[in-house]
Design a protein around this ligand. Structure first.
Ligand SMILES: Nc1nc2c(c(=O)[nH]1)N[C@H]1C(S)=C(S)[C@@H](COP(=O)(O)OP(=O)(O)OC[C@H]3O[C@@H](n4cnc5c(=O)[nH]c(N)nc54)[C@H](O)[C@@H]3O)O[C@H]1N2
Ligand SMILES: Nc1nc2c(c(=O)[nH]1)N[C@H]1C(S)=C(S)[C@@H](COP(=O)(O)OP(=O)(O)OC[C@H]3O[C@@H](n4cnc5c(=O)[nH]c(N)nc54)[C@H](O)[C@@H]3O)O[C@H]1N2
Ligand code: SF4
Ligand SMILES: [Mo]
Length: 671
């Protein structure tokens, strides 16, 4: 008999949906949306529905594997855990605990996934990653400007007169926000979309502004120049609540509107029009993450923040510089969960340069890498170096649900449960401020075990088992402790399935910013405390005709590698029935120049590597722009990260994944 249970989507995604899962004979047979969820209201995307396949696929890893003479052999859990614990003990005595690298990303939004940090802290402190491939540059930028990266609550959008969707691929990546845009438009809001690629929200837009990749900061500077020239700025806000305005004015005088128009490839009239849009308050700005994955990414977000500030759109209903909502994650008891005080040694590599650092680390060298919730061979930039680094260490342990490109390189592969096989609660610090409860619904296949079980077992073998002696409920209660004073508890979460967190719904409405000056900072004092000069600049991307003319001659096209429609990163390609082909989407002018047609087989390359795939012409994409969706496995022609650079963004905490020049040529099909 079929039963229906409420659950939560675990995927790293803006929307963090409530689910309704149908179970029959102990198996998940259908995943739908939970109609009672206050924000996601019963609708989910294809990736959510594919969780059925991710749970039931015959490709699931079912037993611990050890590589012996190049071949994977099934071994028992006891053997795997004893051997890995033995190696961890030996490394600790001979080289110190930082000879272990913990390489991870955030493939699962469950709060208890953070217990990996507790394990490594109690072990003594390993080499950990800092920064983020995803949103690091922009988060740091908003920390500098506001003292936090906070967004307005989703339904505040209905107060906006104008809505600017700045580089967010809403229909594909944030579907409930797209639904809201449709409604806001019906209510009379005007919509502006700024993106090098013409996407679904662009079709709804009153104006679609096509921009040269990496040039959004300059566009924001141009709009600010026009606001000031026309006297449209919010003087009261600037005078009372900001710091460093004269530095900004000085900066804006460095370039003319004509220059900005030429470099952004946006007509000057459109820049002036956007100045009036920003002055016609309330205007909300919803930024995406793609446009900060450039060398100038932090500065780009800061210039957009500055635009929102001088136009007086901060802290008012219907306004906001909406980028992320980190106040959601800040609601929980992370320190108690992860125990940073237990660490005795510590070393950090940036997530972007983890591979390069593995290859060059001394004192100690990296002897073991443990991978959790990540697929670095596919997702981390400059894949050739990643492959070299991850095969260079004595021991690579990968905790996975599937035999990914990274898992193939491992010495030990440990089979891990999927979300419906363990209890947790889920949240995203991106869009809405509700957490969703996810009960255990079915048993795991084969010998697959939760990550937490692995940490518990290893902790016992390493002598700190008592730090993991808690039941799932006790762990979950521990994380929710700070919410007790607001009357929120695990019991109520379990009963209601979703719970609203007590966060600011209109951030900065009290004009009390969390910066050193207490004001919105055009010139950042926090940055100065970190040894930077803290001033805004008119910085350009690293790989561009201005910064590197010779490189741009050799590689004339901008390569974007945006998030795929039907997969969360690399998670679904192997489940799509073998029909995956690497699609090289190109702007019309490239097709014209190289006489290319849809379906032609091409090679895309730069000094870092090459990929091959099939042409698809995008008639409305910005000239000289190419896109290849990210996440594609080696067997389907990937990874696109063979082409991308592992440089860090200007503020050191973000990636430069889209700051990438390439060339392209047609090749015969059999090559
Ligand atoms: N279907 C699907 N949805 C997802 C994910 C997924 O893998 N698949 N991943 C989730 C995750 S982890 C994240 S971080 C979010 C990301 O959500 P988004 O930020 O919406 O999407 P991205 O693919 O990261 O960024 C690509 C977008 O940025 C635009 N872009 C690139 N360069 C520039 C530029 O220079 N200027 C401007 N204005 N725009 C630019 C691209 O054209 C594209 O629209 O999506 C989440 N949702
Ligand atoms: N070129 C390019 N590269 C990119 C991006 C881009 O836009 N372009 N986007 C970047 C962004 S925004 C992000 S967020 C990263 C994402 O990078 P990743 O998080 O590494 O990518 P995923 O493919 O989502 O997931 C990695 C693996 O985690 C496994 N997994 C899922 N749940 C669990 C679990 O509970 N436990 C364990 N142990 N494993 C689990 C999955 O099976 C999957 O193989 O990629 C970045 N890389
Ligand atoms: S992937 Fe995102 S939109 Fe799709 S079901 Fe999960 S949370 Fe919702
Ligand atoms: Mo991401």
């Amino acid at each position: 008999m079929a039963i229906i249970r409420k659950a939560a989507c675990p995927l790293n995604c803006w929307d963090s949906c409530g689910l309704q899962v149908t179970i029959e004979n102990g198996k998940v047979v259908k995943v739908e949306g939970d109609p009672d969820h206050p924000i996601t209201k019963g609708k989910i995307c294809g990736r959510g529905r594919m969780l059925v396949d991710r749970t039931n696929s015959s490709k699931r890893l079912l037993h611990p594997l050890k590589k012996i003479n190049g071949q994977f052999v099934e071994i028992s859990w006891d053997q795997a855990l004893d051997e890995i614990a033995g190696k961890l003990k030996e490394i600790k005595t001979r080289f110190g605990t930082t000879a272990v690298l913990h390489s991870h990303d955030y493939a699962n939004n469950g709060i208890l996934k953070n217990l990996d940090q507790r394990f490594f802290n109690c072990y003594g402190g390993v080499t950990e990653l800092y920064g983020s491939l995803c949103w690091g540059a922009g988060i740091e930028a908003q920390n500098w400007d506001f003292g936090g990266a906070y967004s307005h609550e989703p339904n505040d959008i209905y107060h906006s007169k104008n809505i600017v969707i700045w580089g967010r691929n809403v229909a594909r990546t944030n579907m409930h926000f797209y639904e809201q845009l449709l409604k806001a438009k019906k209510l009379g809001a005007k919509l502006y979309v700024i993106n090098p690629l013409y996407n679904a929200p662009a079709k709804l837009a009153d104006d679609f502004i096509t921009i040269k990749p990496g040039m959004d900061g300059l566009l924001a500077a141009g709009i600010m120049k026009e606001i000031l020239r026309l006297g449209l700025e919010d003087r009261t806000f600037i005078e009372q609540f900001t710091y460093g305005f004269t530095d900004l004015v000085q900066l804006l005088n460095e370039m003319t509107i004509a220059q900005i128009s030429e470099m952004t490839e946006i007509p000057a009239e459109l820049i002036t029009k956007l100045a009036y849009v920003y002055a016609d308050k309330p205007t909300s700005t919803y930024m995406g993450l793609g446009m900060q994955r450039y060398r100038n990414g932090g500065n780009t977000i800061r210039l957009i923040d500055a635009l929102v500030a001088i136009s007086g759109n901060i802290g008012i209903p219907g306004g906001g510089a909406n980028y992320a909502n980190t106040q959601v994650g800040q609601s929980f008891a992370f320190e108690e969960l992860t125990m940073p005080n237990r660490r005795q040694a510590h070393r950090q590599f940036s997530i972007m340069k983890q591979a390069e650092n593995v290859l060059t680390a001394t004192n100690p060298e990296i002897k073991m890498i443990v991978v959790t919730c990540g697929n670095p061979l596919t997702q981390v930039p400059d894949s050739s170096i990643v492959e070299k680094a991850f095969t260079s260490v004595d021991t690579l342990v990968v905790m996975e649900q599937y035999m990914t490109d990274t898992a193939r390189l491992a010495d030990y592969v440990l089979p891990i449960t999927t979300a419906f096989e363990e209890e947790d609660f889920y949240y995203a610090s991106m869009y809405h401020h509700y957490v969703n409860y996810g009960p255990k619904l079915v048993s795991a296949p084969g010998e697959a075990k939760p990550d937490l079980w692995v940490w518990t077992q290893l902790a016992e073998r390493l002598g700190f088992g008592q730090d993991f002696q808690f039941t799932r409920k006790e762990w979950l209660e521990m994380t929710l402790k700070p919410l007790a004073k607001h009357g929120l508890s695990l019991e109520s979460l379990i009963e209601q399935h979703t719970m609203e967190l007590p966060v600011a719904k209109i951030p900065w409405h009290d004009r009390k910013f969390k910066t050193p000056s207490g004001k919105f900072e055009f010139t950042s004092l926090l940055a100065q405390q970190k040894g930077e000069n803290g001033k805004l600049t008119l910085a350009l991307p690293d790989e561009s005709k201005w910064s590197k003319p010779d490189l741009a001659d050799k590689y004339p096209y901008n390569l974007l590698t945006i998030h795929p429609m039907r997969s969360n990163h690399s998670q679904n390609y192997h489940l799509l029935g073998g029909k995956v082909k690497l699609k090289v989407e190109i702007a019309q002018n490239i097709a014209d120049e190289l006489s290319l047609q849809n379906g032609d087989y091409v090679r895309v390359w730069n000094d870092r590597g090459e990929v091959k795939g099939y042409i698809s012409i995008l008639p409305a994409a910005h000239p000289n722009t190419i896109n290849i969706d990210e996440g594609i496995w080696q067997e389907f022609g990937g990874s696109v990260n063979l082409l991308t650079s592992n440089k860090e963004s200007d503020n050191g905490l973000g990636s430069t994944l889209y700051d990438c020049l390439v060339n392209l040529e047609r090749i015969p099909l059999n090559e």
